[in-house]
Design a protein around this ligand. Structure first.
Ligand SMILES: [Fe+2]
Ligand SMILES: [Fe+2]
Length: 287
């Protein structure tokens, strides 16, 4: 199967180099004064700086020889991910300042990335592609369902919405890079590796984030059945982020899947205008 760039929509990718929450004394439980909701996002954020650097390297390794438009999209993807990492480093530092010790979570990320050393680059690209699908699904939910961030501290909510918006915008880039890099492969060979990596990535993602969330909750004095039941309720029932990802997750294994077969460009438009309105006061203050 060749890369057919004419049949599916892809949005223009605009890196928005913005900063959030500088100088903010972040509440320890910044989301609804809820330790579980806070831990859910904090544990994810700890993985972003190193995780997104891995995504960048995995995609950059296949940039040479790509068609000009994809080449440009890869460059824009890299700029966006680099900005995300910077802002999540700042966010993670605010979480540290609010009293959390994230060193154990960081050590787990380093150990996980160490395990990728020496792997063929195409396997890293397949892992990145699976994780980019994960982040695109999370991003869609975050923007489509205001319930997730309702009650959160304003500039922190903006940070997550900005990240989500750009994740949707560039959700096809790793996949298109993979389609180009494996253009000589059979469909079965492609499907086998991408599916295997999705299963592996899902196991590691769910396990890794669960361990991280429970560690942060332990630091809040929430342990045992209270922590497990609270996390289960939050992730599966209400607001139920994990449950809501299941249909998108299944779609990844279906024939003909591409991130843009689920066209959610309206979320970009809607939240780009929301986003512009939200940063307007900051911009006029800065002027
Ligand atoms: Fe990102
Ligand atoms: Fe991304």
């Amino acid at each position: 199967m060749s890369l057919n760039r004419t049949t599916l929509f892809r949005p223009a990718i605009h890196p928005r180099d913005q900063r959030f929450g500088r100088g903010l004394k972040q509440e320890r439980w910044w989301l609804n004064s809820d330790p579980i909701a806070t831990a859910f996002y904090n544990a994810m954020s700890v993985t972003f700086p190193r995780g997104e650097a891995f995504f960048v390297e995995s995609v950059r390794a296949f940039r040479d020889g790509t068609p000009p438009q994809l080449h440009d999209e890869i460059n824009a993807f890299i700029k966006q991910e680099v900005n995300h990492s910077r802002e999540h480093v700042a966010f993670n530092n605010r979480a540290i300042d609010s009293g959390y010790d994230i060193s154990k979570l960081e050590a787990d990320v380093i150990e996980m990335l160490d395990r990728t050393k020496g792997r063929p680059p195409i396997v890293d690209l397949a892992a990145t592609m699976a994780l980019e699908h994960f982040t695109a699904m999370l991003a869609h939910e975050l923007l489509a369902n205001p319930k997730h961030l309702a009650g959160g501290e304003a500039s922190t909510r903006q940070l997550w919405r900005w990240h989500a918006l750009e994740e949707i915008e560039h959700k096809g880039v790793a996949y298109d890079t993979w389609l180009h890099a494996t253009r000589d492969w059979s469909r079965l060979k492609r499907w086998r590796l991408k599916s295997l990596m999705m299963l592996l990535v899902t196991k590691n993602f769910v396990h890794g984030r669960t361990v991280g969330i429970l560690e942060l909750l332990r630091q809040d004095g929430v342990t045992g059945p209270r922590a497990w039941a609270g996390l289960f309720w939050y992730a599966i029932a209400s607001p139920g982020m994990l449950r809501r990802l299941i249909p998108g997750w299944i779609s990844y294994f279906m024939p003909g899947f591409h991130p843009w077969t689920h066209d959610d460009r309206d979320l970009i438009k809607l939240h780009a205008s929301d986003y512009a309105a939200a940063i307007m006061p900051q911009m006029s203050e800065a002027a």
